[in-house]
Write a protein that binds this ligand. Sequence first.
Ligand SMILES: [Zn+2]
Ligand SMILES: [Zn+2]
Length: 97
Amino acid sequence: MSNKDININENNNIDKQIFKHTQQKCIICGENSYCTLNVHRIIPGKDSGTYTKYNCTNICSNCHAKVHNGEIVIDKYYNSTKGLLLRVIINGEEKFV
Ligand SMILES: [Zn+2]
Ligand SMILES: [Zn+2]
């Protein structure tokens, strides 16, 4: 797997509603109820993270709370032979989703 960095600022801002529709489910638990899905910014707004494709992911409100209290860490997207994968750490266990 190549760890080539992706320039997240190359992308235009996304439409959050369209993003939720196209991504369809929580990347952590697979929850697919549209109304519980949130768009999470990997680099948060306070660190000038924007709503661009590679800085956003779909996550349900339940997992979202865990991300913001540190139980789940969402690192960033990596280029792999399978395409772009997001590196996450859940209970200390690394996963690419
Ligand atoms: Zn979830
Ligand atoms: Zn968030």
